[in-house]
Design a binder for this molecule. Structure first.
Ligand SMILES: [Zn+2]
Ligand SMILES: [Zn+2]
Length: 347
């Protein structure tokens, strides 16, 4: 029986990766397609990726594959070839290459089976996530954006929508994707005869959302190919006017990539125009919120005066305060009902 996972310590693996001299490319891809035997698909792909010295995270479910990996540059063509040979569905798949990346993001290959690649709360075996809406390229997106018979639907979280979205796009205000699906269905009933364009950051959510709307009887469902990331890249490349305004929120140290100069959000503390996300500096909080420079100075980068007080205590005392306290209370609270927002006047 071959060993289909790694048995060497994490530190050792990381040290090996850092000592590597061949450059790596960080790439992500996903695809919804029927995998009838996920376990054997996984085991055979693991061996192929391992032979190519691929690192990263791969999720496999009967509905498809989702991967964030790094590939040694000199194996890249072989990697493409491997995907194509593994399944015809993976032939010519769009590979999103990370820019501004040193390729040192992963040091081990982890391939896991999951019930779904994007959890949706749907049990019905008749739901086919690969029966997706029609893909829209940047140019087509722009045309639809000018069409009054089209509704744009944002399938991301509130904090993402808040700093940037397609013009006139509607928000589906729920904290989880599984709650968003039925909510979007309700909200769109009145627009059933219109064209529905769904989008998200990289495409994996809106693609499934478009399949869901079709499954629920909607006829004219589209989604933005490759999500906002690909739209912005292509629109800029082709000098098209940008219909996405503001910032595209991304989970790296920048917490957002500016698409247009429009600032559509407001500081959560004073209400003035601002779209800079930050995490509360208090280690016992780390709330993700929007804070302007003036407020950052006034609150020492914290979300309120209590956090500021705590943050300015000696480290040892801060630790004591945190012991036994629920550390999850405010971390990444995406809710519109967060107490910090409730205190603010309607923005
Ligand atoms: Zn402010
Ligand atoms: Zn705080």
């Amino acid at each position: 029986m071959p060993v289909l996972h790694n048995r060497i310590s994490n530190e050792e693996l990381k040290a090996r990766m850092l000592a590597e001299t061949t450059p790596r490319t960080t790439v992500s891809f996903y695809k919804y397609f029927k995998i009838s035997d996920p376990q054997s698909f996984r085991d055979s792909l693991y061996l192929k990726f391992e032979a190519l010295n691929v690192f990263g995270r791969v999720y496999i479910a009967s509905e498809g594959i989702n991967a964030q990996i790094s590939v040694p540059e000199n194996n890249f063509e072989a990697f493409r070839e491997t995907l194509a040979q593994t399944d015809p569905e993976l032939k010519g798949i769009r590979l999103n290459i990370a820019i501004d990346d040193n390729g040192k993001s992963f040091w081990v290959l982890r391939m896991k089976l999951r019930p779904k690649i994007v959890s949706d709360g749907i049990d019905d075996p008749a739901f086919n996530p690969s029966d997706v809406g029609r893909y829209l390229k940047a140019e087509e997106v722009n045309k639809m954006a000018d069409d009054p018979e089209t509704v744009f639907v944002d399938m991301r979280n509130h904090y993402e929508y808040e700093v940037g979205h397609f013009e006139h796009a509607i928000e589906v205000p729920s904290d989880t994707f599984r709650d968003q699906l039925p909510m979007a269905l309700d909200m769109l009933q009145k627009d059933k005869d219109k064209k529905i364009v769904m989008y998200c950051t990289g495409g994996i959510r809106c693609e499934k959302a478009s399949a869901y709307m079709k499954y629920k009887g909607f006829k004219n469902v589209f989604h933005v190919e490759g999500g906002i990331i690909e739209y912005a890249r292509k629109a800029k490349e082709q000098n098209l006017p940008l219909k996405f305004i503001g910032k595209n929120f991304v989970f790296d140290e920048r917490l957002g990539e500016r698409i247009t100069e429009d600032v559509i959000a407001h500081c959560h503390q004073c209400g003035k125009p601002c779209d800079t996300h930050t995490n509360c500096k208090n280690d016992g909080c780390h709330l993700l919120f929007i804070q302007c420079e003036t407020c950052a100075a006034e609150y020492d980068g914290c979300c309120n005066i209590t956090c500021r007080e705590e943050y300015n205590l000696p480290k040892e005392e801060q630790r004591k305060l945190r012991t036994g306290r629920e550390n999850g209370i405010k971390i990444f609270n995406k809710s519109k009902d967060h107490p910090l927002r409730k205190r603010l006047p309607e923005l």
